[in-house]
Write a protein that binds this ligand. Structure first.
Ligand code: AKB
Length: 318
């Protein structure tokens, strides 16, 4: 039975990953690591152990790992792309100094580590259509710089010390439990909240801008499946392209309009978000993930829209 620590358990991905891992491995075997000010609540707090575990505090990580006999760490601590541009030093401190702490604790305690990369690890000179697994990665954002470094440092710890590091490059993750904070792809989450509240949505991303996106259940499946994969099949490790759907703002708008015909969207392009979006792939080639650990997403855009519009009202309309 695995003993798992999730660092960043109250964030967008962490809050749902913690609950899913608890349903698979048992509540007591999955520790929700959080920072002061982002405490777990409700079922996240009640369904298993929770510990303060700041990624920038190596002794605290070590203490939690030893206390619970942790063998797998999901390190989800990061500032997303837009926020990281405003706080580059903090983005590095959390993303890279924090990763160093996690990898050192993992090396000392024999833990496997998942630290996600992102479509943000690519840049303007990357081929944008069917972006290959192994290609040019010269991002111009601090988020991208930390994500490329994450991939390299994670590979280094595997090659040099045998730490079992594995990860995926997440597309924009769309979900209905915990909202994301400060990403370029957040518009594709926000649009559903506006549609459900019956409000007009102002899109900060230009018509025609394609980006890879994924629905949370598939993102969780990827994070769990890669850590369960047969290591003898893995040629790559940090980090796999995973594709699911790729769309522009007008396409997600049209998908929502099928179910909410009165929904309205206008554009007011945010230059920072747009420049980041323009530097990212239109769609990634995920054949390595498909070949090496049988990656296969379930949701397409319409399937996601139906599920979001079904689940979101109960969460946000009181
Ligand atoms: C962001 O937009 O910053 C993130 C990402 C794609 O990594 N959602």
């Amino acid at each position: 039975m695995k003993k798992i620590l999730i660092i960043g358990a109250t964030g967008q991905i962490g809050s749902e990953l913690t609950m899913t891992l608890r349903s698979i491995y048992g509540g007591q075997n999955v520790v929700a690591g959080y920072i002061i000010g982002a405490e777990p609540k409700g079922e996240l707090l009640e369904s298993g152990p929770a510990e303060v575990c700041d990624v920038t505090d190596a002794p605290a990580i070590s203490e939690v790992v030893k206390k619970y006999g942790i063998d797998t760490i999901y390190n989800l601590a990061a500032l997303l792309s837009v926020v990281a541009e405003g706080k580059p030093k903090l983005a590095w401190k959390i993303g890279i100094d924090g990763l160093w702490n996690v990898l050192e604790v993992a090396r000392e305690n024999g833990c496997a580590v998942f630290t996600p990369s992102s479509i943000g690890s690519f840049g303007p000179s990357t081929p944008h259509v069917m972006t290959p697994q192994d290609t040019i990665q010269r991002p111009r954002t601090m988020y991208g710089v930390t994500k490329v470094t994450t991939e390299l440092l994670s590979d280094y710890y595997f090659l040099k010390y045998g730490v079992d590091t594995r990860a995926v490059r997440f597309p924009g993750v769309i979900s209905n439990v915990t909202p994301p904070g400060g990403g370029t792809t957040d518009y594709a989450v926000d649009i559903y909240y506006y549609a459900v509240r019956g409000e007009k949505f102002t899109c900060p991303i230009k018509e025609g801008t394609l980006m890879d996106m994924i629905y949370m259940p598939d993102a969780l499946k990827a994070a769990i499946d890669i850590m369960e994969a047969d290591p003898s099949r893995l040629i790559h490790r940090n980090a796999f392209n995973i594709a699911s759907m790729s769309f522009a703002p007008e396409t997600i708008y049209a998908s929502i309009k099928k179910y909410k015909p009165d929904f309205e969207m206008v554009y007011d392009v945010d230059p920072l978000k747009q420049s980041i979006a323009d530097s990212w792939p239109d769609c990634m080639d995920d054949s390595c993930a498909r070949n090496e650990w049988d990656w296969k997403p379930v949701y397409d855009l319409d399937g996601m829209t139906r599920d979001m519009l079904e689940k979101l009202p109960a969460r946000i309309l009181k």
